[in-house]
Structures are given as structure tokens and as C-alpha cells.
Design a protein around this ligand. Structure first.
Ligand SMILES: *[C@@H]1O[C@H](CO)[C@@H](O)[C@H](O)[C@H]1NC(C)=O
Ligand SMILES: *[C@@H]1O[C@H](CO)[C@@H](O)[C@H](O)[C@H]1NC(C)=O
Ligand SMILES: *[C@@H]1O[C@H](CO)[C@@H](O)[C@H](O)[C@H]1NC(C)=O
Ligand SMILES: *[C@@H]1O[C@H](CO)[C@@H](O)[C@H](O)[C@H]1NC(C)=O
Ligand SMILES: *[C@@H]1O[C@H](CO)[C@@H](O)[C@H](O)[C@H]1NC(C)=O
Ligand SMILES: *[C@@H]1O[C@H](CO)[C@@H](O)[C@H](O)[C@H]1NC(C)=O
Ligand SMILES: *[C@@H]1O[C@H](CO)[C@@H](O)[C@H](O)[C@H]1NC(C)=O
Length: 499
């Protein structure tokens, strides 16, 4: 009897386990979205602050941390007997060989939801000079900390000399110039002064920081020209959204490790230097909204890693798009050449950039017809050719027209027309290319007719979302069916077993 009872218990348990297995197909995958602060902060420093008995924080550094915390309105920290042993987010320590803890990293400001560094009291915060009493400090980060009381970047930071590797003063409200003393931080790898109110010119002394990997001075009011650059390991150079003048220094081409160059929205003039041909690792080049001149330089085609090129808003003189410029750029996904006063035809070589996703050639004086090989750009999802002088048939297939919909802009061209059955007639968003009629119909009337037809009734429907919906219904049905079948099998099996 007792045996039977426990056997029955076992069966019940087994059935429960199997039913929950049956539920598996109903489970949906989920995604964890993590914010990426890797560009700002050095890699993980786990292990630095492992508490061991007998280890304590250097008393001088502890006093300095109290000062720094008080200066940011974080007085609570002064009640903490040992800052490294009862550490908080934003402080990292490392023991030396005598088991004394040293502060290697201090961070302030809510960078994101999962990096809650101590916030600064905006009404009275400042950067305490006691920071110079932390001789082991590698990382210093202040994010949105001092914006209520604008203050210059303290020159004493230059005294952190040879240890500091990462200095981030981002959206911090700093005014005045970038102190030339920062050039004394010879071991700096990351300098991020994004979005302050810094003025004056970029100090030449920064050229001494030869180990820089990331230099972000964007979103300030820096003037003067870009100094000569000699950074062999620099990956990221962002000087965008300043008031920089003069030409792009040819020495830029010696920074062979560059992956990203962003100079957008400055007042740079002169040609793009030929030396950029040396930047074979470059993936992103954004020089948009400057006053650069001259034809597009043929060395562009040496940038074999390039994925995104934006030259929008540089009125480079009435030049054509050189056909050979883009021959080597097989990986190019984004090409923006809008508002550049470009003349002449669209070169066929653009149609061979089969990885293109975004192509903007709008607001130029391009004439001739759209190259027929544009229909081979299978990955293209945005195409702007509007405000040009293009003529002839639009060589795009029905699938491309439907895929791009309103992301396809063709309006204000002198003589473009579409083939019957190319998908234009049914396009709900035909407002994005008004004035373009069927090649088989007389032109004047067609624009109105097309527009009227396509907006008058819900004859079109969203193919892609409809298909996605059908697919997900199908998957759900499949999941339900397998659940029901699985459970039925189980019940039958259990019945057979018990009877
Ligand atoms: C730090 O830099 C400034 C200006 O660049 C210079 O005058 C000074 O001598 C440097 N200090 C040290 C200790 O190197
Ligand atoms: C920088 O801005 C301050 C005001 O914030 C002004 O007094 C100073 O002259 C400016 N310096 C330069 C070089 O523009
Ligand atoms: C550039 O820096 C390297 C060391 O990183 C140095 O050897 C070279 O002389 C510098 N070149 C110029 C032109 O300053
Ligand atoms: C389109 O993009 C995919 C990746 O999203 C890539 O694998 C494919 O090669 C691209 N197509 C063409 C024609 O280059
Ligand atoms: C395009 O414009 C140029 C002048 O910018 C002219 O020489 C050429 O003949 C034009 N081509 C066509 C096909 O209209
Ligand atoms: C049409 O495009 C040309 C540039 O090719 C531009 O100058 C003109 O202003 C545009 N016309 C309208 C009505 O936007
Ligand atoms: C088509 O579906 C996409 C999402 O799949 C949606 O963003 C878009 O607004 C839809 N367009 C229309 C016209 O319903």
C-alpha cells in the first residue's frame, strides 16, 4: 500500500514535470537591453575591491575622497569608516603588495539606469583639488555634474600626470578654454569633453598625449584650426559641432588606427587632403555641414573599410561625382552627398555598391538618367534623388518601390517617369514623388491622377506587416497545437499506466 502510494506520488510528480516540458514551446524568447557605456568607461575592473581582512585604505587617499565627496554634496560618504571596504558604485580600489588599498577610479553622475554613480548636488558642486592627492587614479568621470555653476576645467587635473588613463567631463557645463595642462596627462587613452561650453582653440599640448585612443571634443564652441595630429593608436576622433576653421590638416592621414572621424558642423574649408588614403581602417567619415571645396578626392577609394560617408552641405564647387572615387568602397552602407552643388550624371559605379542601405544625392544639379544597375541595390532601404535634374525612366523594380515607400524621394526632377506596373501607381505614399507620371501617359495630368488614385481608397495594404502578422499567428498556432498534442499523449500514457 505504502509502496503504491509513493509510486502514485511519483507518477503525479512525473506528470507535472512533463506538462511543464509541454509548456516549453509556448515560452517566448526575451531580450535584455543593456545600455552601452563602454565608450566612456574603461573595461571591467572587477576584483579591484575584493575585501580581505587586514586590508585597509590608504589614510591620505581616504581623506582626499572625503573632500571630493563633500565638494559634490555627497557628505554621507564621510561617515563611511573605510571607503574602499564599504565601496559604492563609482569608486574602485586596488590593493598594493603591502595590502593597502588605493583609489583607481572615481565616477559621478547618473550615466544610465544601471550605472548609478553618486549624483552631484547641482547647486554647489565643484571638482575638489584634493583629486591630485590620489596618485593611483586611472579613471575620473563627471557626467552632468557642474552645469548649474559653470566653471572652467581645473588646470590642476594636469597634475594627475602619468597615471590617469580616462578623463570624462561630459555634459558638465564647463566654460573657458581646454587647459593646456591636460597635455601633461601623457598616459591618457580617453579624453571626453563632449557637450560643454568650452571656447578657445584646441591646445597644441594635446599632441604630447601620443597614446590617445579616443578624443571627443564635440558639442563645444571651439575655434581656431585643427592642430597637426600625430596619434598612431587613435581610434575615435570627434570634433563635431564646434566652430573650427581652417583646413583639415594633412597629418590626419598619419593616424592609421582611426576608425571614426567626425568633423560635422564646423567651418572647415579647403580640400579634403589626399593623405586620407592612408586611413585603411576608417569605417565612418562625417565631414558634413562644413565649407570644404574642390572635387571629391580620388584617394577616397583607398578607404577600403569605409561603411558610412557623409559630405552633405559642403558646396564643393560645380563638380561631377567622379566615377572612380567609389570603386574600392565595397563595404559602403551609407553614402550622403546631398546639397553639394554636384553637376553631371550619376555614375554607374554607385550601382555596384551592393551593400548600400542609404543613398542620398538630393539637392544637387545631377542630370541624365538614373543608372539602370540601381535595381541591383538589393539592400537599399532609403534613396533620395529629389531636387535634381534627372530625366528618363526610373529603373527600380516593383519590390524596391514597395520596400522603400516614403523613403524613396524623387520629386522635383525635370523629367523622370515610371514604368507601368512598377508599383508607383499603388503607392500610398506617392506624395513623396509627386510630379512623376507614367512613361506611357502624357505628363501634365498624371501627377494629380496618381495622387488622387492612391489616396482615395484603402486599396493598398501593408504587405510586410501583414506577412509578419500572419507568420506570428502561424507560429502561435503551431505552439498551441504542440502543447495540446503533448498533453493529450501524456494523459493517454498515464491512463494506460494506471489502468
Ligand atoms: C604642465 O603643462 C604646462 C602647460 O602645458 C607646463 O607649463 C607645465 O610645465 C607642465 N607641468 C609639468 C609638471 O609638467
Ligand atoms: C570664452 O568665453 C568667455 C565667456 O564665457 C569669454 O569671456 C572669453 O573671452 C572667451 N574666450 C575666447 C577665446 O573666446
Ligand atoms: C609622431 O609620434 C611619433 C611617436 O609616437 C614620433 O616618433 C614622431 O617623430 C612623431 N612625428 C611627428 C611629425 O611629430
Ligand atoms: C545585404 O545585407 C546582408 C546583411 O544584412 C548581406 O549579408 C548581403 O550580402 C547584402 N546583400 C548584398 C547584395 O550585398
Ligand atoms: C548635364 O549637364 C552638363 C552641364 O552641367 C551638360 O554639359 C550635359 O550635356 C548634361 N547632360 C545631359 C544628359 O543633359
Ligand atoms: C528643384 O531642385 C533644384 C536643384 O536641382 C532647386 O534649385 C530648386 O529650388 C528646386 N525647386 C523646388 C520647387 O524646390
Ligand atoms: C507598415 O508596417 C510597418 C511596420 O511593419 C509600419 O511601421 C508602417 O507604418 C506600416 N505602414 C502602413 C502604411 O501601414
Amino acid at each position: 500500500m505504502a509502496l503504491f502510494f509513493s509510486l502514485q506520488n511519483f507518477v503525479v510528480l512525473l506528470v507535472l514535470v512533463l506538462i511543464s516540458l509541454c509548456l516549453l514551446p509556448l515560452a517566448r524568447p526575451f531580450t535584455v537591453i543593456m545600455s552601452d557605456s563602454s565608450g566612456l568607461v574603461d573595461g571591467p575592473q572587477s576584483g579591484y575591491s575584493i575585501n580581505k581582512n587586514g586590508i585597509r585604505t590608504d589614510p591620505h587617499e581616504q581623506e582626499a575622497v572625503y573632500d571630493i565627496m563633500r565638494a559634490t554634496g555627497n557628505n554621507w560618504a564621510t561617515d563611511i569608516p573605510d571607503v574602499c571596504r564599504s565601496r559604492w558604485h563609482g569608486i574602485e580600489c586596488m590593493p598594493d603588495k603591502d595590502n593597502i588599498y588605493h583609489i583607481v577610479s572615481l565616477s559621478f553622475g547618473a550615466l544610465s539606469d544601471d550605472t548609478a554613480f553618486p549624483p552631484c548636488d547641482p547647486t554647489r558642486s565643484y571638482i575638489s583639488p584634493s583629486i591630485t592627492k590620489l596618485p593611483h587614479l586611472r579613471t575620473l568621470l563627471f557626467y552632468r555634474c557642474l552645469s548649474y555653476i559653470p566653471q572652467p576645467i581645473p588646470t590642476f587635473l594636469g597634475k594627475l600626470g602619468s597615471t590617469l588613463q580616462t578623463l570624462v567631463l561630459r555634459e558638465n557645463g564647463h566654460v573657458g578654454p581646454i587647459p593646456s595642462e591636460l597635455g601633461n596627462l601623457t598616459h591618457l587613452r580617453v579624453l571626453d569633453l563632449h557637450k560643454n561650453n568650452l571656447n578657445g582653440s584646441i591646445p597644441v599640448s594635446l599632441g604630447q598625449v601620443t597614446g590617445l585612443r579616443s578624443l571627443d571634443l564635440s558639442g563645444n564652441r571651439l575655434t581656431g584650426s585643427i592642430p597637426s595630429l600625430n596619434f598612431s593608436v587613435l581610434n575615435i576622433l570627434d570634433l563635431s559641432q564646434n566652430l573650427l576653421t581652417g583646413s583639415i590638416p594633412p597629418s590626419l592621414g598619419t593616424c592609421h588606427s582611426l576608425i571614426k572621424i567626425d568633423f560635422n558642423r564646423n567651418r572647415l574649408n579647403g580640400p579634403i587632403p589626399n593623405s586620407i588614403s592612408g586611413l585603411t581602417n576608417l569605417m565612418l567619415l562625417d565631414l558634413s555641414y562644413n565649407s570644404l571645396s574642390g572635387p571629391l578626392p580620388s584617394p577616397l577609394r583607398s578607404l577600403t573599410s569605409l561603411q558610412a560617408l557623409n559630405l552633405k552641405g559642403n558646396s564643393m564647387g560645380s563638380n561631377p561625382i567622379p566615377s572612380h572615387c567609389f570603386e574600392g568602397l565595397k563595404g559602403l552602407m551609407v553614402l550622403v552627398l546631398s546639397n553639394m552643388n554636384l553637376h553631371g550624371p550619376i555614375p554607374e559605379s554607385l550601382g555596384r555598391l551592393t551593400n548600400l542601405r542609404v543613398l542620398y544625392l538630393d539637392n544637387n544639379f545631377l542630370n541624365g538618367s538614373i543608372p539602370s544597375n540601381f535595381q541591383d541595390l538589393k539592400n537599399l532601404s532609403e534613396l533620395r534623388l529629389n531636387d535634381n535634374r534627372l530625366t528618363g525612366r526610373v529603373p527600380l523594380g516593383r519590390d524596391m518601390v514597395w520596400r522603400m515607400r516614403s523613403k524613396l524621394r524623387l520629386y522635383n526632377n525635370s523629367g523622370l517617369c515610371y514604368n507601368a506596373n512598377s508599383g508607383f501607381e499603388e503607392d500610398l505614399d506617392s506624395w513623396s514623388h509627386p510630379g512623376i507620371g507614367s512613361c506611357d501617359m502624357p505628363k501634365p495630368e498624371s501627377a494629380r491622377i496618381v495622387r488622387h488614385l492612391s489616396t482615395s481608397g484603402p486599396t493598398t495594404f501593408n504587405v510586410s506587416s501583414d506577412a509578419v502578422f500572419k507568420f506570428s499567428v502561424y507560429v502561435t498556432l503551431l505552439q498551441l497545437t504542440s502543447f495540446v498534442l503533448c498533453t493529450l499523449t501524456l494523459i493517454i500514457a498515464v491512463k494506460i499506466f494506471i489502468l
